[in-house]
Design a protein around this ligand. Structure first.
Ligand code: HDD
Length: 680
């Protein structure tokens, strides 16, 4: 009965093509197709008279405009998305019967939306926050959504607390401040009074919460899910996305400046990378625990505030996702896409994680208000690439024209179709987990250790990462007005580390805890970004050049490009700059349109004919990069400028003669940040 619907990486794109339209070179019409002869003047009684009711064109245009907005997402409102494909390395049939995880030759189309959580739709992108990482796989068995974050744990253990958490972190209701920031009283009051949040707060105060790029952050399914194979055998699983470029972050001062200089920093980076053919890639990883081993750990695997240490339960890389196509229309695709952790396919099932169970209700519910009715699955971006048939009918915005009189089950008039199919033919059957218990509102004892993994995270950080965490707490709590809340938080995090709590207490004028940390018995190196992949690829370098640059420069720039580095020329004006040998370079940015924080490295070239103003602008770039631990290179006049400013001979600052300079500068860029630099 069930037909096979071959899906390839083009399936979704081909489906979307049917809905696309190109308005260029067309006559202007009303929505009824009536051609219009005029679109600038409303219909009036006399040139200076009132507008007439019969002006249907004016009314249609204005009414549509008046209704253009839909409610933004209650969380994850600020997001950006791209299309791509997922390919499997080896069959996962041992663990799951999901069709898209069987055959490595099948490429599955995907749509991924990244987001911040707390901010409104128009808020800045480099704020301190978790990032959403939601992937829709358009498989031959229907859509599978992996709706994750870039942090592997969550603030709360039970979904019933989600509205409280979000109310606390969103701008305070009496004055709607602050926007897209957790640095305020209600958030920290929530934290101190809901101590299950300790582990995730450690992640939020770490560099993970200020990613350098959406291309350079991990993704996590967070919950424990189940994979079920064709024999009905289940395993517990956690899902990971590992960025091929490694996991990298901004520094906080830089992130704040970018919020003003370029509030679209992350979407611009993603968009441009895809346009340039530098496709973002992420490997899919799974951690597997046998059902028999459910109780073998010192944490409850159903508790979403716990991760599975990768050193104990290794992450097996099973496939790769490549994002290779930007959207055509942000509203139609990115805004209208509707994710749901309950969009599963046979072979993927849930666990009893109480946070996941609650999410299974919330997502459809929110789409009903956000997308205005029950037919959002018919929107082009949400349609599966396989057919769908059932007896659901009507509602706002219905597009499908269901033929025939029968819209009920069981029936005889349509031979009892559409009909359920047995599991052996692809019918979804829930995993038959045995459950029993009394109806209770309570939390399992096994969920009550809130601090061990928060301490594990702290113990796994490198020295600079620890410094960043202390300074993030000091910043956030420094913005809190209530002395009592500040003190409660210090007291709470003394349970994680007294070293941390003491330093934060010192910074915010609270009473430090007494006592010392227990000796470190366990750490998880995988949690530190120090261990991540470091590559020069796609790193942006501001090359600061004036007229009369030396003839070696084009050669240096070519060598950088060969390593995948992206040099961009910054100068006083957008006029081409000329070298002493007559060569010319196109200028992409001026000191006015650009800023040091928008680059990964700065290369000061200058020239002997550059004036004092130019020298100052160039040094501002270099000083800012120095402060943010970024690689700095200098040749020609730039060397003297850096020397005079005392910026030379520090780690990651490379000055000098051309051949050695290029190699050393590339090395410095590949190292990304130079934490051992002494920054005052
Ligand atoms: Fe959620 C959106 C991820 C807990 C309720 N969530 C949303 C999005 C992501 C996540 C990535 C944006 C999807 C998109 O781009 O459209 N949410 C998570 C993760 C969680 C989590 C990783 C914890 C592990 N969420 C969570 C809980 C609830 C919700 C506990 C409620 C019980 N989430 C929602 C929502 C949203 C949403 C209100 C808002 C917009 C939407 O669903 O489509 O239903």
């Amino acid at each position: 009965m069930t037909k096979k619907h071959p899906v390839n990486e083009k399936s979704k794109q081909e489906q979307l093509e049917q809905f696309k339209t190109d308005d260029r070179n067309q006559a202007l019409t009303t929505n009824q197709g009536l051609k219009l002869s005029e679109d600038e003047f409303s219909l009036k009684a006399g040139e200076r008279g009132p507008t007439l009711m019969e002006d249907f064109h004016f009314r249609e245009k204005m009414t549509h405009f008046d209704h253009e907005r839909i409610p933004e997402r209650i969380v994850h409102a600020r997001g950006f998305a791209a299309h791509g494909e997922f390919e499997l390395y080896d069959s996962l049939s041992e663990y799951t019967k999901a069709k898209f995880l069987q055959n490595p030759s099948v490429k599955t189309p995907v749509f991924v939306r990244f987001s911040t959580v707390a901010g409104s739709k128009g808020s800045a992108e480099t704020v301190r926050d978790a990032r959403g990482f939601a992937t829709k796989f358009y498989t031959e068995e229907g859509n599978y959504d992996l709706v994750g974050n870039n942090i592997p744990v969550f603030f709360i253990q039970d979904a019933i607390k989600f509205p409280d958490l979000i109310h606390a972190v969103k701008p305070e209701p009496h004055n709607e401040m602050p926007q897209a920031a957790s640095a305020h009283d209600t958030f920290w009051d929530f934290v101190a009074n809901n101590q299950e949040s300790a582990h995730m707060v450690m992640w939020s105060m770490s560099d993970r919460a200020i990613p350098r790029s959406l291309r350079m952050m991990e993704g996590f399914g967070v919950h424990t899910f189940r994979l079920v194979n064709a024999e009905g055998k289940a395993h517990f699983v956690k899902f990971h996305w590992k960025p091929v470029l490694g996991t990298h972050s901004l520094v906080w001062d830089e992130a704040q400046t970018i919020s003003g200089k370029d509030p679209d920093f992350h979407r611009r980076d993603l968009w441009e990378s895809i346009e340039n053919g530098d496709y973002p890639e992420y490997e899919l990883g799974i951690q597997i625990i046998d059902e028999e081993d459910e109780f073998k750990f010192d944490f409850d695997i159903l508790d979403p505030t716990k991760l599975w240490p990768e050193e104990d339960i290794p992450v097996k890389l099973v496939g790769k996702m490549t994002l290779n196509r930007n959207v055509d229309n942000v509203f139609a695709e990115t805004e209208q896409v509707a994710f749901h952790p309950g969009h599963v396919v046979p072979g993927i099932d849930f666990s009893n994680d109480p946070l996941l169970q609650g999410r299974l209700f919330s997502y459809t519910d929110t789409q009903l208000i956000r997308l205005g009715g029950p037919n959002f699955h018919e929107l082009p971006i949400n349609r599966p690439v396989c057919p769908f048939h059932n007896n659901q009918r009507d509602g706002y915005g219905r597009q499908t024209i269901n033929k025939g009189p029968v819209s009920y089950h069981r029936n005889s008039l349509a031979a009892n179709t559409p009909a359920p199919v047995p599991e052996s033919e692809g019918g979804y059957a829930h995993y038959q987990e045995k459950v029993e218990g009394r109806k209770v509102r309570s939390r399992s004892e096994s969920f009550k250790d809130h601090f061990s993994q928060a301490t594990l995270f702290w113990n796994s950080m490198s020295a600079p990462e620890k410094e960043h965490i202390i300074s993030a707490f000091s910043f956030e709590l420094g913005k809190v007005k209530s002395k009592s809340v500040q003190q409660q938080v210090v007291d709470m995090f003394a349970n994680v580390s007294t070293v941390l709590a003491k330093q934060v207490a010192q910074a915010i004028g609270a009473t430090p805890p007494s006592g010392e940390d227990a000796p470190v018995t366990k750490s998880s190196p995988a949690l530190s970004q120090e261990q991540t992949i470091k590559k020069p690829n796609t790193r942006k370098v501001a090359v600061i050049v004036a007229n009369d640059f030396s003839s070696d420069l084009p050669q240096v720039l070519n060598s950088l490009k060969q390593q995948g580095i992206q040099p961009e020329i910054v100068s006083t004006t957008l006029q081409n700059v000329k070298g002493t040998d007559g060569s010319e370079l196109e200028v992409q940015h001026t000191f006015l349109t650009s800023d040091s924080v928008l680059f990964d490295a700065v290369y000061v070239v200058g020239s002997s004919s550059a004036d004092e103003k130019f020298r100052k602008e160039a040094l501002t770039f270099a000083q800012e990069a120095f402060k943010h631990f970024k690689p700095i290179g200098a040749t020609d006049e730039g060397v003297k400028w850096l020397q005079a400013a005392g910026l030379d001979s520090s780690p990651g600052v490379v000055t000098g003669e051309t051949t050695r300079f290029t190699d050393e500068f590339i090395e410095a860029i590949s190292a990304h940040r130079h934490w051992n630099r002494h920054v005052i």
